[in-house]
Design a protein around this ligand. Structure first.
Ligand code: GRF
Length: 194
């Protein structure tokens, strides 16, 4: 098997999408491995799981730092770890244009809506409020505009009568955990083939 693509995952919280990316990477035919998990929240629960998996972690609070300054530190860590592609997984902080430029076309994000609908926060409540019949999640390439780059994969779920935002979030999250590893694997396979 050819060398696996080296993935860095950035998180700010629970890290359940990170966990699904790591779990899928254990398959013998996975085209990627997670070599680095970084966070702007040192208490992020997902960091413990990454450490238990023996993955290199880096965490530092962004508080009191300029965005570009923080991102430059993170960039140095990602490079030192030999990361080739970044997967944002609940990384709740805008990246600086300089950082996105340096990693152009090599950062993916998962967003819990059917983009281009509902960029930003509170996606599930907004979809219910709008009376939509379906919701879902999207994996896209990160560009400087929030939740705006080209969508490479999407999954839909129904919105059921009486759904709360939490009900819908749970239904969407199941799809996120399936979609993200699949989309990342396809993305790196296409890059390797290119
Ligand atoms: C997910 O819903 C993801 O789509 C969004 O933030 C949430 C992160 O959850 N960007 P987790 O930390 O992966 O569990």
């Amino acid at each position: 098997m050819a060398e696996k693509a080296r993935i860095g995952v950035l998180i700010s919280g629970r890290g359940s999408n990170m966990a699904s990316l790591i779990a899928a990477s254990h398959a013998a035919d996975s085209p990627y491995e997670v070599v680095f998990v970084g966070s702007n929240v040192p208490e992020a629960a997902g960091l413990d799981l990454a450490r238990r998996e023996g993955i290199a972690t880096w965490a530092r609070s962004h508080k009191g730092m300029k965005r570009a300054e923080f991102d430059a530190l993170m960039d140095a860590e990602l490079r030192a770890a030999g990361v080739e592609t970044i997967a944002l997984a609940g990384y709740m902080r805008l990246l600086s244009p300089e950082f996105i430029e340096r990693w152009q076309g090599r950062i993916l994000n998962i967003h819990p809506s059917l983009l281009p609908l509902y960029k930003g926060l509170d996606t599930h409540a907004r979809a219910i409020e709008a009376g939509d019949a379906k919701a879902g999640c999207s994996v896209h390439i990160v560009t400087p505009e929030l939740d705006d780059g080209p969508v490479i994969a999407q999954a839909e779920v129904p919105i059921l009568p009486g759904d709360t935002a939490a009900d819908l979030a749970a239904r969407v999250l199941i799809e996120e955990h399936r979609l993200y590893p699949e989309a990342l694997a396809r993305f790196v396979r296409e890059r390797i083939a290119a």
